[in-house]
Design a protein around this ligand. Structure first.
Ligand SMILES: [Zn+2]
Length: 152
């Protein structure tokens, strides 16, 4: 059984268009002594949604008659580089600007491109957007407000 495929049924609690595997928080799902060990790395240590994810995994596994153990692994820390290309595409279509690969560490210092007019003249409105994992930006040229995925 492909446990990762099964875990793809669980959407991200904040961005329902992407699942937790695409988000890159499921590090591993392997069978150990008749039990499936799922290793997850939180996207954001203070993210309250992480508790829900753990519960969702237990629930899903139980529904499939699989005994599971969820282990949270904090290191190496999750970075937005772990987002799959598919997840980035989905975020874009959902109206959230995904971070550029490799720019995570200093992502607030690099210009964030407006999803509407592609201008880099954008400004940070709030480090905390509609949820903890998003930051609110506004374009200085076309005045479009948008969310930037900043979880890390
Ligand atoms: Zn713009």
């Amino acid at each position: 059984m492909d446990y990762l495929q099964l875990l793809k049924q669980i959407p991200d609690p904040e961005i329902p268009v992407i699942d937790i595997v695409e988000l890159g928080i499921v590090r591993e799902a392997k069978l150990v002594d008749n039990r499936v060990e799922v290793i997850i790395t939180p996207t954001y240590s203070a993210c309250p949604a992480m508790f829900n994810i753990e519960e969702d995994i237990y629930k899903l596994m139980k529904e499939n008659n699989i005994e599971a153990k969820v282990t949270t692994q904090l290191f190496p820390v999750w970075t937005t580089d772990w987002l799959t290309d598919e997840a980035r595409e989905k975020l874009k279509n959902y109206g959230i600007v995904p971070p550029e690969k490799g720019h995570d560490e200093n992502h607030l210092k690099i210009p964030i491109r407006c999803p509407r007019c592609k201008s880099t003249h954008t400004k940070l409105i709030s480090r905390f957007g509609s949820t903890l994992c998003k930051a609110s930006y506004q374009c200085n040229d076309c005045l479009e407000p948008f969310d930037y995925f900043k979880c890390h």
